[in-house]
Write a protein that binds this ligand. Structure first.
Ligand SMILES: [Zn+2]
Length: 169
């Protein structure tokens, strides 16, 4: 059983085993917003959704650069035509191409569909007369949340009010 963790601004940032959520509660780090309906003990219910009482920086520091996290940041959309695609139809695109010295960094990588990627080829968006939907940046929290998401088999009903379908692949 897992607990959904929200930041101070009610954004989902992680899921943790409920036992870890209990230690957060004991330390006063979180407040409980929802409990699981099914009691696991006669006297108490497991926390379903908790919210941090303070902003915690380590969540930000743990953002890793990976294909999965770039997909999550770009919300499974080609950053040129804006089409939403299944993972297998999206590729890494270097905004400034490697041939022109572009690096493989959060700030220079976007997801692109195969046709857009092929059309752009070894050119910058300006050279290819293509418009980026958004300048790529290192995201503050979404990727971490997305990694945790993969461990969640189904979304408990108690999470529904705090869960945005936008976050799902
Ligand atoms: Zn495209």
């Amino acid at each position: 059983m897992r607990t959904l963790v929200l930041d101070v601004g009610y954004q989902p940032i992680n899921t943790v085993p409920f036992t870890r959520a209990l230690t957060y509660i004991a330390k006063g780090k979180v407040e409980v917003l929802e409990e699981y309906e099914q009691p696991i003990h006669p006297d108490w219910q497991a926390p379903a959704v908790v919210r941090l009482t303070h902003w915690i920086q380590p969540f930000k520091a743990r953002v890793k650069f990976s294909r999965q996290n770039v997909l999550a940041r770009d919300r499974w959309r080609c950053q040129y035509c804006g089409e939403r695609m299944p993972t297998r139809e999206l590729t890494f695109d270097h905004v400034v191409p490697r041939a022109q010295g572009g690096k493989t960094l959060w700030e220079n990588i976007v997801m692109a569909c195969v046709p857009c990627n092929a059309h752009k080829a070894d050119r910058t968006p300006d050279q290819a007369r293509m418009k980026l939907r958004k300048q790529p940046t290192r995201p503050p929290w979404l990727p971490i949340f997305n990694m945790a998401l993969q461990q969640v088999v189904s979304i408990p009903p108690e999470w529904r009010d705090y869960w945005t379908t936008e976050l799902l692949p």
